[in-house]
Design a protein around this ligand. Structure first.
Ligand SMILES: Cc1cc2nc3c(=O)[nH]c(=O)nc-3n(C[C@H](O)[C@H](O)[C@H](O)COP(=O)(O)O)c2cc1C
Length: 219
């Protein structure tokens, strides 16, 4: 698969098979992650790869934290952000919901419970950064995470970046014995996509560059 096809074809996987991902495969993905650019080449990423019964225990703890919290995800709750961004989140949720309804998958709590259960993925790659790093270095983490997702896609695996579990940072810290000087930034659910599942046919609506770009010095 060429690079542009990998970029254009990748989409979040939200239904995984339970097939195990061999450690060597994950190691290769992490090698791709580590090739990412980073500010001053500081490479601020730390990867915590969670599988087996540790993954199951973490999922149980996250699911029970989510059930106690009992709220549904609302991208605009408590935030003052430009309406366009809230609208894009709502558009995503609306189109995902109608996709799920059309294939008879209960849509209520799909994102919340799906995220906490890693959509059934056998592996979580948690990416953490030293608390002492600057906020702009989150960009470095983003670059590394995208490398993982693209390399996984090119290799026939599926990923879903999972930020929602960060609502339960204390659960993650306790379950994974995360040192105090590290902050969990984001997780990547990793596994083999269930290609028989219509859930994975969902494609998130994307804006066209024309609506996001201002050209200066071009005709
Ligand atoms: C920082 C970040 C956090 C995300 N967190 C979640 C999450 O918690 N649960 C989820 O289902 N998807 C999550 N996603 C996936 C986005 O919903 C997804 O990338 C977006 O809808 C575009 O769809 P695509 O990945 O299929 O192109 C996250 C993506 C990013 C970049």
């Amino acid at each position: 698969m060429d690079m542009v096809s990998a970029i254009n074809d990748r989409s979040s996987t939200r239904c995984f098979t339970d097939a195990a991902v061999p450690r060597e495969v994950i190691e290769r993905l992490l090698e791709s992650a580590c090739k990412a650019p980073s500010a001053s080449n500081q490479q601020p990423w730390n990867f915590i790869v969670v599988g087996g019964h540790h993954r199951d225990r973490l999922v149980q703890a996250l699911m029970s934290a989510q059930q106690s919290r009992g709220k549904h995800y609302d991208p605009s709750r408590g935030k003052t952000m430009p309406a366009a961004y809230v609208e894009r989140s709502k558009k995503l949720i609306k189109s995902l919901r109608s996709h799920l309804e059309a294939i008879n998958v209960p849509a209520v709590s799909f994102l919340e419970e799906g995220s906490c259960s890693l959509y059934g993925a056998p592996v979580l790659i948690l990416v953490a950064m030293e608390k002492s790093h600057m906020p702009f270095q989150l960009i470095d983490i983003g670059c590394a995470v995208e490398n993982v997702c693209l390399a996984a896609h090119a290799g026939g695996l599926g990923t879903c970046i999972i930020g929602m579990i960060l609502m339960f940072g204390d659960v993650i810290r306790e379950q994974l014995a995360l040192p105090e000087d590290l902050e969990a930034v984001v997780g990547v659910a990793l596994g083999y996509p269930d290609r028989t599942s219509a859930i994975n046919q969902f494609r998130a609506p994307k804006e066209e560059p024309v609506s996001l770009t201002r050209w200066i010095g071009f005709d």
